[in-house]
Ligand binder design. Structure first.
Ligand code: NIG
Ligand code: FE
Length: 404
């Protein structure tokens, strides 16, 4: 057992059985000041106020710092080959994401790079990104395929994600995003069928299925077919929707019981309406809005409508080359108007929900994994997004074990 004492702010306390926070619940970050927390066998066993602190042999004095749940990043594309920094220069010279893609950059550029990279080399290139996120406090992450765009390349990516899953202490969820763009050499309809044909093999490797349902990529009809094929193999959806246009992706996602619908930079009120009462988590990706200069999601309108939202990094080489979840929180507050508490819930319990992990991580709850960030003294929940680039992490524990 490890006993953490003198915790200035223990943040993220949630009752057992609560899987997500919605509407006004998002304003409550579950804070107990001057607290202790006990961990045993990788799990949170108990916590309380220092006035009633138990004794233990193995004590960590947090000395007035915070303890919060490790971040839950429910949307990344961090397995990729090579670099797209040349496209960064194109972007700075004034080209849009769509124009860069039309010139042979974008997702197809990553696909070419990936298809000429071996599985071992892809793992070697991707692992430092995973370790960087863990060092920055991410304890659970979802990783998508979608740069293979043919059966061989997609399965290679999914195997690399599986190898990451098996080798790190962070929890990893894997999503089959065969429908990220039409693969080279295919017509549109043939490629949709090819994705459906990949489903049985993908389902042996992935936890979820995703479709880039957006203008110039895949239609709601394509998405419905792919979600049906996924469901037939036990895969729930996590949809890319409304990044480039109001696409219908939210509606089709909700109809098929998707776990999340992500991006939502271009939402109308109809998307908010259809999400009400559903089990689908809206996920917004402010790092993408920041990098591409596109609108930010209307997070406050969702919350006012009684919905929960999650924030994720979208870490990828083309539209969000950062997996820093505190930067995501800061953008959530500064650009989307979230309170620090709302941004905090969006990157912890609601992020965990959006990858099906909120029963086991994402909050300070008895019985959950001890996935914890310990901060230096003096940090508070408000300061996390406010002093957004000052170092704050003293240590990270995943399943109760101190990260090296
Ligand atoms: O989520 N929107 C589609 N996919 C990624 C971008 C991928 C890329 O450009 O490589 C995204 O923004
Ligand atoms: Fe994405």
């Amino acid at each position: 057992m490890t006993l953490f004492i003198n915790i200035g702010e223990l943040a993220g306390i949630a009752p057992e059985g609560l899987l997500r926070k919605q509407g006004a619940e998002m304003a409550d970050a579950g804070i107990l000041r001057n607290a202790w927390l006990a961990e045993m066998d990788g799990r949170i066993v108990d916590y309380g106020s220092m006035a009633s602190c138990p004794g233990a042999e193995n004590v960590v004095d947090v000395a007035g710092g915070m303890i919060l749940p490790a971040f839950c990043d429910s949307h990344t594309h961090l397995v990729y080959a090579g670099s797209r920094d040349a496209e960064f220069l194109d972007k700075l010279s004034g080209l849009s994401y769509e124009q860069i893609a039309a010139r042979g950059g974008g997702i197809l550029n990553s696909s070419d790079l990936l298809n000429s990279t071996s599985e071992d080399e892809l793992l070697r290139q991707s692992m430092p990104r995973v370790l960087e996120l863990m060092a920055k406090g991410t304890g659970s992450m979802e990783i998508k395929s979608g740069y293979g765009l043919n059966p061989e390349g997609e399965m290679k990516m999914l195997r690399v994600i599986r190898r990451i899953k098996e080798s790190v202490r962070a929890q990893v969820r894997s999503t089959f995003l065969g429908a990220h763009a039409v693969g080279r050499g295919y017509g549109h309809a043939d490629y949709v069928q090819a994705v459906i044909d990949m489903m049985p093999e993908a389902a042996g490797l992935a936890d979820y299925v995703d479709v880039f349902c957006d203008e110039g990529f895949f239609t709601p009809e394509d998405t419905a077919r792919i979600l049906e094929a996924g469901a037939a193999h036990g895969l729930r959806g996590k949809i890319h929707a409304n990044e480039l246009a109001v696409s219908g992706g939210v509606q089709v996602g909700v109809k098929y019981g998707a776990l999340s619908v992500d991006h939502l930079e271009r939402t109308t009120d109809a998307e908010i309406e259809v999400l009400k009462g559903s089990g689908t988590m809206p996920v917004m990706l402010p790092g993408t809005s920041f990098f591409l200069g596109i609108p930010y999601g209307r997070a406050k309108d969702y919350i006012r409508a009684g919905l929960g939202i999650a924030l994720a990094s979208d870490y990828n080489p083309g539209s969000s080359p950062s997996g820093d979840m505190r930067f995501v929180m800061a953008l959530g507050c500064i650009r989307m108007g979230l309170t620090p508490a709302e941004a905090f819930n969006a990157v912890t319990i609601n992020g965990a929900y959006a990858m099906g992990l909120s029963g086991i991580t994402g909050s300070i709850t008895r019985g959950k994994r001890a996935d914890l960030i310990l901060t230096d003294p003096g940090w508070t929940q408000t300061k996390l997004p406010y002093l957004h680039h000052s170092p704050f992490i003293r240590s990270v524990y995943l399943a109760g074990e101190l990260l090296p």
